[in-house]
Write a protein that binds this ligand. Structure first.
Ligand code: NAD
Ligand code: IPM
Ligand code: MN
Length: 362
């Protein structure tokens, strides 16, 4: 039979509750399609930093590379900081750079039953932000220079860095299931090449790569105008590719249009490793109250299953989530939290997966 080896990183704040829910959902879906699931847990994040002086045990990166899939919860607590003033518990730098997961894939989809912050119909919003994940402004992490009076961080873009993430975006546009409202497959390059050299290089390398994909439309938008269009006419987008910091901000903006941060999953994908996580943080303001929306973590588990080659289990998860929202047996309030709480939302999704009738796999 099929067997997959998964590492979970529960993280901080709402993370452990989300992981507990996502693991229950994964076990239900794997059980249905006859996949055995081995799960190992690695503790990491702000709590671990406070206890050990390191947010992630660096000698465990190989363990993450070896796994069939890594499911990570949000990490970080605002009060746990480095002497330089930045946060000590976030793992973005360690994992994204350490594993060279250069493509941060952030699907934004308006699901049935969800009132987003804009007036759009389910299915109308269905695009993917591909965020460059290893350079850009974030390359300055730990390298900024500061006095009490001034501070400098540098934004670096390289040809190889843009080439690989642009290629990833075009390949995704060729193969992904969703489509923009006009049916035209396209990749939108988002930048500020009107102002900054680094973004001008980003755009010019994007254009070079686009020439190798004549079947996919290529276009540009300045990031400010893109922010407007993502709110006002999100239906025209298919795949967007952008520098790290722009992708961080615009993906949370997109989440606001589809029911909140708790709706949005992501994958960090590289040549030799991948890990999956919600786009949001540890939500310290609601941690421990059973209020967090677990869908972001649960859909991240579905992305993990796709990546690990068990797309049938991934489809079971997505069908259960869409079914529960569409039939309103699971409702998301205007506060972005599930009516009835986290645990009840998980139980409803598990119930639907258990009730699904699945053809046996040969
Ligand atoms: P956040 O995303 O944790 O929270 C922002 C707002 O969204 C809060 O009001 C929160 O309650 C709400 N929210 C987030 N997830 C939700 C969910 N699933 N259901 C319902 N509501 C949800 O951002 P923040 O408060 O700016 O950051 C908190 C901590 O998380 C910080 O330490 C930050 O560095 C860290 N962080 C980690 C990651 C990650 O691990 N990938 C991502 C973003 C932020
Ligand atoms: C994200 C987060 C991280 C980022 C932080 C916590 C370092 O906001 O994954 O979007 O800025 O990349
Ligand atoms: Mn972010």
């Amino acid at each position: 039979g099929r067997r997959i080896d998964v590492v979970t990183i529960p993280g901080d704040g709402i993370g452990p509750d989300l992981l507990a829910g996502a693991v229950a959902v994964m076990r239900a879906a794997a059980g249905q399609v006859g996949v055995a699931l081995d799960i190992e847990t690695i503790d990491a994040g702000a709590k671990v930093f406070s206890a050990t002086g390191s947010a992630f045990p660096a000698d465990r990166l190989d363990r993450l590379r070896a796994a069939d899939g890594v499911l990570k919860g949000p990490v970080g607590l605002p009060e746990v900081r480095h002497p330089d003033g930045t946060e000590a518990g976030v793992l973005g730098g360690i994992l994204r750079t350490g594993l060279d997961t250069y493509a941060n894939v952030r699907p934004v989809r308006l699901l049935p039953g969800i009132a987003g912050a804009t007036r759009h119909a389910p299915g109308e919003i269905d695009y993917v932000i591909v965020r460059e994940n290893t350079e850009g402004l974030y390359l300055s992490r730990g390298n900024g220079v500061a006095t009490a009076e001034a501070a400098v961080d540098q934004l670096m873009v390289t040809r190889v860095g843009v080439e690989r993430v642009a290629r990833f975006a075009f390949e995704l546009a060729r193969t992904r299931a969703g489509a923009p409202s006009d049916g035209v497959r396209r990749v939108t390059c988002v930048d500020k090449s009107n102002v900054l050299r680094s973004y001008a290089l980003f755009r010019s390398v994007f254009d070079d790569v686009a020439e190798q994909y004549p079947d996919i439309a290529a276009e540009h938008l300045y990031a400010d105008a893109a922010a407007h269009d993502l709110v006002v006419r999100p239906g025209r987008f298919d795949v967007l590719v952008m520098e790290n910091f722009l992708g961080d901000i615009l993906s949370d903006l997109g989440a606001g249009t589809v029911g909140g941060l708790g709706m949005c999953a992501s994958g960090n994908i590289g040549e030799h490793a991948a890990y999956f996580e919600p786009i949001h943080g540890s939500a310290p303001d609601i941690a421990g109250t059973d209020r967090a929306n677990p869908i972001s973590q649960i859909l991240s588990a579905a992305l993990l299953f796709d990546h690990a080659g068990v797309g049938d289990a991934a489809d079971l998860i997505r069908t259960a989530v869409v079914g529960a929202l569409g039939e309103a047996t699971l409702r998301i309030g205007s506060d972005g939290c599930p009516v009835g709480g986290t645990a009840a939302a998980v139980a409803e999704i598990v119930r639907r997966i258990d009730a699904a009738r699945v053809a046996p796999v040969a």
